[in-house]
Design a protein around this ligand. Structure first.
Ligand code: AMP
Length: 429
């Protein structure tokens, strides 16, 4: 029997880098920076379950989306249908409505960081279990909120020195604007229906706006003559979009107006955006976002709940960091390494606990072996100090502390060991 392997499209995060996946300490570093930036904007963390009722996703994300049509990991238990969350906005809105977070008063500024699941074809930067971070600003309908969501997103990349990005921005207008545009697009494409790809023919019926996303050369040429969404925006939509642009301009946040940016999620209206990174190949999309005032009602709320947010891929962020040659901090090393020789096990075990309770990080091999073999493990740990405990030390209550760089050995009574190591430790917790 061969050993089990991970499922294609998933990956393990190990203490070492492997197969293009950064080590766990690099993940923790990136997560820490993301949290710091978002908390700096006043966002509070939201954690929701990894699975939700299928109906929440089907309705929230939308029946004509790729996600719902073919990418859901869905399963049934008893008489309930569940789905592994493919994204976090519908769950976040569910949680907001269910727990009446509006009653806290003020604007709810939420952020999340966690795993998502989509049955896509796995490739570099595209996984079946991946990780997203993002924010939801729930309550305000003003373009100021859109600008703040965009700014928070940009600041995350800036915090890593990733400024070689391109922000594409568009307005999808109100629901009525989109309905009118949808009809105009259908009328425009109808005579060319036979020239369209099967996918676009399908979209012509189910969700014509998605044709704007096409990668097909011929369809792109056809699009040149198609009606433009911007001509369908009403005064309110236009004013909202113009104010947003004024705010971004004022803050020096550069963007490209992209009439064809519609994004794959049904809940967006008014503003939508996408951030692309440099040198990422096929998976250039770092993050995307937009306004989704209609989502709450879709999920059963009695009234509109204005909301705007973004979602960003962690794996894409790592791709961008790699492409930019980002220098991750080294993994933390233990403050000390216990070298446990024959006759010293009991004393070392108790001493190790005492040292950790005093706030030091202490590693040990937990193996019996020759002095040479144990010292090899000690060196491998990169600890700055080795604490040697054998029969003699256990009997005398005095450990031998060896300095890893100088080789100096100092006898230190057990009772003074924590203070001794702390005095010299670089990273006491
Ligand atoms: P979306 O929720 O589709 O708007 O995607 C938001 C971001 O999540 C994208 O810009 C990507 O960075 C990331 N993302 C989406 N799908 C995947 C995937 N299958 N694997 C890795 N990252 C993904």
């Amino acid at each position: 029997m061969s050993i089990f392997q991970h499922i294609p499209g998933t990956f393990d995060i190990l203490p070492i880098a492997h197969d293009g996946i950064a080590p766990s300490h690099a993940w923790r570093h990136v997560e820490r920076v993301v949290r710091r930036v978002l908390e700096g904007f006043g966002f509070e963390e939201l954690r929701t379950p990894t699975f939700e009722p299928t109906a929440l996703v089907a309705r929230g994300v939308g029946g004509s989306t790729d996600i719902v049509q073919k990418e859901m990991f869905a399963f049934t238990k008893g008489d309930t249908d569940y789905v592994l969350r493919p994204e976090m906005t519908a769950p976040a809105m569910r949680a907001y409505l269910e727990h009446r977070l509006d009653q806290r008063g003020g604007t709810q500024r939420l952020y999340y960081l966690g795993s998502c699941y989509r049955a896509e074809r796995p490739q570099k930067g595209r996984y079946r279990q991946f990780h997203q971070f993002g924010v939801e600003i729930i309550g305000p309908g003003s373009p100021h909120a859109d600008a703040e969501a965009i700014a928070a997103m940009m600041e995350v990349y800036r915090a890593f020195g990733l400024t070689d990005t391109r922000l594409r921005l568009n307005s999808l207008g109100s629901r009525e604007n989109r309905a009118a545009y949808r009809e105009a697009l259908q009328a425009y494409f109808q005579p060319f229906a036979n020239d369209l790809s099967e996918l676009s023919r399908e979209r012509l019926v189910s969700n014509p706006l998605r044709i704007l996303d096409t990668k097909d050369e011929r369809e792109i040429r056809l699009l040149d003559g198609a009606p433009a969404l911007r001509d369908f925006l009403d005064d309110d939509s236009r004013a909202h979009y113009e104010t947003l642009q004024t705010l971004l301009d004022a803050a020096g946040i550069a963007y490209d107006q992209d009439d064809r940016l519609v994004r794959g999620l049904d809940y967006y209206g008014y503003t939508t955006w996408e951030l692309e990174g440099a040198g990422l190949g096929a998976q250039a999309s770092l993050a995307g976002g937009g306004r989704y005032n209609g989502l709450a009602e879709t999920l059963g709320a009695r009234e509109t709940v204005p909301a705007v947010g973004f979602a960003a891929g962690m794996e894409r962020l790592f791709l961008a960091l790699d492409a930019a040659g980002y220098a991750f901090p080294d993994a933390a090393t233990p403050d000390a390494f216990l070298v446990v020789l024959d006759g010293g096990v009991e004393a070392a075990f108790r001493l190790g606990l005492d040292l950790r309770r005093a706030g030091l990080s202490v590693a040990s091999t937990l193996k019996r072996g020759s002095f040479k073999a144990l010292m090899k493990d000690a060196v491998r740990s990169s600890a700055p100090r080795y604490v040697l405990i054998g029969e003699t030390e256990a009997a005398s209550g005095i450990a031998l502390v060896k300095d890893a760089s100088t080789g100096d050995q100092t006898p230190v009574p057990f009772a003074e060991l924590a203070a001794f190591l702390q005095g010299q430790a670089s990273n006491v917790r």
